[in-house]
Ligand binder design. Structure first.
Ligand SMILES: *[C@@H]1O[C@H](CO)[C@@H](O)[C@H](O)[C@H]1NC(C)=O
Ligand SMILES: *[C@@H]1O[C@H](CO)[C@@H](O)[C@H](O)[C@H]1NC(C)=O
Ligand SMILES: *[C@@H]1O[C@H](CO)[C@@H](O)[C@H](O)[C@H]1NC(C)=O
Ligand SMILES: *[C@@H]1O[C@H](CO)[C@@H](O)[C@H](O)[C@H]1NC(C)=O
Ligand SMILES: *[C@@H]1O[C@H](CO)[C@@H](O)[C@H](O)[C@H]1NC(C)=O
Ligand SMILES: *[C@@H]1O[C@H](CO)[C@@H](O)[C@H](O)[C@H]1NC(C)=O
Ligand SMILES: [Ca+2]
Ligand SMILES: [Ca+2]
Length: 376
């Protein structure tokens, strides 16, 4: 197996080099107006509502395709974050140098990415390809392999951000966050008490307890990551909590349950929007009326949805990271799968590098500008 795939790669690499030497003149104009840029995706707004982590950050949380680029962006984000942290938590300290002073670092990071001797996109794709083509390693990258890869990159990113948050909250630095250590994010403290259906006090504890899988009263990094990103969690208790929150928010007459009207105005649209890509085998929600789905979910047939009955669709109401990476993969396939066989060959990837690096390309005159907005 290993030997076979080795031979495949050598063959591909040789074919590729031939191809590149043949078409290098044509390709160069293709790249000229593109310049790789280091994104600044740090969000200066207060921590997001944990029930809607993606609604606000949207897919801007998506990680770079290339770990080298991700690393550069992460360093930049850390510096901005640090600066922001000092400003808000220690405003008395002498004004630290603004992030502008760091600019030189990033200008040189950008120069690095655009120095084709140092950062050759073709060589990067050559190098990454065997790490993506793993299930099975057959010389092609399938949509599923691409999704797995992108998901892995974004999970790394999310965990990194959680680690940073953990440093803020874990006051005694024992690697756990207790309820007492956790301060409500400022959007809760500052918002009027009812705007999110949140009231101070109780919600925090319920959310915290649901995240605390082993019930030892403190959250380790895994549990804290789930706490901050419930819809990406596999923790059943936490997903149930998310359902309860959803009901609280949608339940206009406050009877603790969702009737059809309340379902139709609000929840159903979200499900339908997130349905197609998420799971194309379940098309009922797209073709059939909302009523059918409601009746399907209403297991006991009492005409209302309880939080347990909402569980099967909660990750469609609050799409997970998986949903966004599937969308991203679908876009990439559509753009780079030149021969439309539903998978990417190494050649197809190398011939369409901007699809993988578009997030960091400066796309002034680029026809793919929409992608830039949609995914970043
Ligand atoms: C490259 O350009 C030449 C003419 O300059 C053309 O004959 C050839 O087909 C082009 N190759 C590709 C891959 O576009
Ligand atoms: C990038 O690497 C490829 C393959 O090694 C080579 O053919 C190409 O000339 C390099 N591109 C640049 C701009 O250096
Ligand atoms: C919210 O309620 C708490 C206690 O019930 C109160 O201390 C706080 O001032 C209220 N906040 C606002 C913005 O009304
Ligand atoms: C959370 O769990 C603790 C025990 O770890 C318990 O004392 C407390 O009542 C729970 N709170 C809620 C709101 O469930
Ligand atoms: C955190 O605790 C959970 C529940 O006990 C456990 O499954 C998980 O492996 C722990 N994570 C780490 C990083 O230790
Ligand atoms: C559902 O509850 C709302 C109030 O929240 C009410 O206006 C509506 O008539 C109810 N719909 C049904 C189908 O019972
Ligand atoms: Ca494969
Ligand atoms: Ca293909």
């Amino acid at each position: 197996m290993a030997k076979a795939s080795f031979i495949i790669y050598i063959t591909l690499a040789v074919a590729l080099l031939l191809l590149i030497s043949h078409s290098s003149n044509n390709n160069s104009h293709h790249h000229r107006h593109r310049r790789l840029k280091v994104r600044s995706n740090f969000n200066f707004t207060p921590p997001t509502d944990p029930r809607h982590p993606h609604d606000r950050l949207s897919a801007s949380a998506a990680a770079a395709f290339d770990p080298v680029v991700a690393e550069i962006e992460r360093k930049r984000e850390d510096k901005q974050w640090e600066h922001r942290y000092i400003q808000t938590h220690h405003p008395e300290s002498t004004p630290t140098e603004s992030p502008d002073h760091e600019w030189d670092d990033f200008a040189s990071a950008e120069d690095y990415l655009n120095d084709e001797e140092k950062f050759n996109v073709t060589n990067r794709l050559l190098l990454l390809f065997p790490n993506i083509d793993i299930d099975p390693p057959d010389g092609y990258v399938s949509a599923a392999e691409l999704t797995q890869w992108n998901l892995k990159q974004s999970q790394k990113e999310v965990l990194h951000r959680t680690q940073r948050e953990m440093e803020v909250h874990d006051k005694n630095r024992d690697g756990f966050v207790t309820l007492a250590e956790y301060q409500p994010p400022s959007w809760v403290v500052n918002s009027d008490n009812n705007s999110f259906g949140y009231e101070m006090g109780w919600w925090k504890e319920e959310h915290f307890n649901a995240s605390d899988v082993d019930g030892d009263g403190q959250l380790n990094i895994t549990e804290f990551n789930d706490f901050l990103h419930p819809s990406d969690s596999t923790n059943h208790k936490l997903l149930e909590w998310l359902c309860k929150e959803e009901i609280r928010e949608r339940d206009t007459d406050k009877d603790g349950k969702i009737n059809y009207t309340e379902f139709y105005h609000g929840i159903y649209d979200l499900i339908r929007t997130h349905e197609g890509v998420q799971d194309s085998s379940h098309e009922y929600a797209v073709e059939a009326p909302a009523k059918t789905l409601f009746n399907q979910l209403d297991k006991d047939g009492d005409g209302y949805l309880s939080h347990i009955e909402l569980l099967p669709v909660i990750q469609k109401i609050h799409p997970s990271e998986l949903y966004y990476t599937q969308q991203q993969s679908e876009y990439i396939m559509q753009q780079a799968d030149t021969d439309k066989d539903g998978r990417l060959s190494l050649t197809e990837m190398v011939e369409n590098p901007y699809v993988f690096y578009s997030a960091v390309y400066d796309e002034d005159e680029d026809e793919d500008y929409d992608y830039h907005d949609e995914f970043r």
